[in-house]
Design a protein around this ligand. Sequence first.
Ligand SMILES: [Zn+2]
Length: 516
Amino acid sequence: MTMAMTRRGTSHRLTFESLKGLRAEGYIRDSTLDQRDGSGPDIQRHDIQRFAESYSLILGQRWYTEFVSGRSVAGRKEFRQFIEDARLDLFDVLLVDHTSRFGRNQAECIRYKEEMQGLGKVVVFVSQGIISGSDRDFLNERINETLDEQYSRNLSRYVRAGKAEKAAKGHALGHAPLGYKTVKAPSGRGVHMAPDERIMPALLALLRGYACGRHSFKTLAQHLNAQGYRTSKGNPFTESSINQVVTNPFYVGKFYFHKGKQDEELRDGVHDVPEEVKTLWNECQEVRAEKARSGHPSPPSRQHRVYPLTGVLVCDGCGRPFHGVSTISKPKSYPRMFHNWHRCDMRPLSVSAPMVEGEFADRVLSQIKLDDGWEEAVIRAMTNEGSQSDCSLEVKRIESAMANLRKQHLWGVITDEEFRTEHVSLERQKRALEAARAPLMSPNLDRAAQLLSDLPALWQHPGVTPEQRRELAREVFEEVRLREGRLAAVKPRPEYAPLFAYSIWRYNVVGGDQSF
Ligand SMILES: [Zn+2]
């Protein structure tokens, strides 16, 4: 049976139900890594068989099996074989357990999948529920392709579990505020916030300075800098860094859960706060309230423009940065961002700052708000094989099958030999399932995921200053590249890359240009 899938694009509307009755073959990859994390060939075969059964595909017996040692792939013989067979129209659908089994890198995955698509064949990643090339699964697929294999398999589960656990225990999430540092938890798993004796004097000087009521944020920053105090990162104080301390209830032992979201909540933290800090911070609140009553807004009314993309916006031609320039003489066409004009042929030399910031928000940040949150989408993409409870259901199913088997044996319905064979097989499935579901650990990903999922809300939040926006942009992105006045690509920092793959953005931002 050959379905009319020869045109590129047909698979864009495919659902699992529409695969019913098609001829399928399985692709399996065998490696020491797969065996170690409990996803060896048996499990992959089992997942593929289960999928074919569930959706009534006719599963053939070819079982293309690749042997991989380390990171090298010997010859990709099986790849050539199934592509050859696809050309001869020997099957309609190729079933693969997981995107991470399919290729060593994204370019390779895409090449093979496109070749299959060109031949009118469908590739399905069964344990993630991804139909390759379908619009619905486009992002899932791209995320998984760009993830490191280990991340792709294990880390998302940890993100979710780790974050919930941390918040439940009252740990403030995100960066350590002034005077604090993140330290490894005694258990060795995760981090928590502890006072940093090195920076504590700066914090106390700041709080005392503001509590005395004589300073604005600006004059206090100047005062602290003149006395030689610096922030945790060793930078001079700014109005923004003063603002961050004076408005942060962290210093009375609280923390924000889901900051900037609808369900934002101020919770009691477990971090230690010295009594002196608490007292001073409360005094600062009185000063703030007093200033507000007497008509002294905390930030000065005349503020120079801050360019949130400074430090990340670069030219796609020469790689050099764009800098903000504002002038009062030509208010109509300014503020603008310029890049080094005498060293590069890329035009235009400058762009309107509000325009490029708007484009960044619309075309990059808004993409993070998928479904109910980017992070959720990433997690689903990576662990679509089922939640912990689904897994225990599956184990239960196998256990009840084993119980039935024992009954049948007891009643003499099956022979000793049949019982033994079947029992061994079920036992193995059960063990492998349990092993595959054992979570691994990732220390930084929960932090990254939290910030990333908060980013669109934070960026739009009226309480977030341009300086804070700039910090957010620098925290998450290494580069935002501008070509001919338009955003061409964005590159996240390495710790965000697993969640936020460069190529996904490249693809989305450029609108279909897949030049990796
Ligand atoms: Zn340039």
